[in-house]
Design a protein around this ligand. Structure first.
Ligand code: SAH
Length: 228
């Protein structure tokens, strides 16, 4: 039997187009730039370990386990979160939970600057290498506790958290620009609500976007902190 060969490059382009059409557009994701970005970023580059031996699976309609017990989010979830941020080319966005860097790459194609915080050195180093190899240069990286945000780049037009918090981290709200949007999964460990939070006249306006399940945000204003 011939050794299993890697799918040709256009198989990935086809899988990407299908993903955009069947998983995103068909389910109501309409933001043209978000669809364009997700139709461009090579998701197959973001798998780790044995999963990278079957790279076409990156386009499956599911979240995918990656190194260090973390997950690469389902394409639909990435699209919905990014769309909810209402990204604009001049925006500066803070992302908490770099993970594989896939969501970072999708964002980096849409906004002026992405500031991304990851608590795990191993994941952060690999994400940085991948994103560099893709030629994305508008990303600032930090290893640390993102539940406290990243004051250096504040205020942010958008903050996107890809790990679940027990409650809304106040530090993140404090780093939003006026009119800025915070997208974050909040709730118990097993099931959360994806929230869109905006501050208006000193009041927090919260909208529930959907149910979701993310790995925990571990940190001072996350799980393991004084309030959880
Ligand atoms: N957006 C990622 C998915 C990340 S999974 C992707 O597309 O691949 C959630 C990530 O949040 C994990 O990498 C985890 O290590 C990280 N994380 C958890 N708590 C954190 C914290 N307090 N600060 C920064 N990163 C955190």
């Amino acid at each position: 039997m011939a050794p299993q060969s890697k799918p040709p490059a256009d198989a990935f382009a086809l899988a990407r187009r299908r993903m955009v059409q069947e998983q995103l557009h068909r389910r109501g994701v309409r933001h043209p730039e978000v669809l364009e970005s997700m139709g461009t970023v090579p998701r197959e580059h973001f798998l780790t370990g044995s999963r990278s031996k079957d790279p076409i699976r990156a386009y499956a309609d599911t979240a995918i386990p990656v190194a260090r017990g973390q997950t690469l989010s389902q394409p639909y979830m990435v699209a919905r979160m990014t769309e909810a941020l209402d990204p604009k080319p001049q925006h500066r966005v803070l992302e908490i939970g770099t993970g594989t860097g896939y969501q970072t790459a999708v964002l980096a194609r849409l906004v002026a600057e992405v500031w991304s915080v990851e608590r795990d050195h191993y994941l952060a180093d690999r994400a940085r290498d991948r994103l560099k190899a893709l030629g994305l240069e508008n990303i600032h990286f930090q290893v640390g506790d993102g539940s406290l945000g990243w004051p250096d780049g504040a205020p942010y037009d958008g903050i996107l958290v890809t790990a679940a918090a027990p409650s809304i981290p106040r530090a993140l709200v404090g780093q939003l620009a006026p009119g800025g949007r915070l997208i974050i999964p909040v709730g118990p460990r097993e099931l959360q609500e994806l929230l869109l939070i905006q501050e208006e006249d000193g009041e927090l306006r919260t909208q529930v976007l959907m149910e979701c399940r993310f790995v925990p945000l571990v940190g001072q204003e996350g799980w393991g902190g004084p309030t959880a």
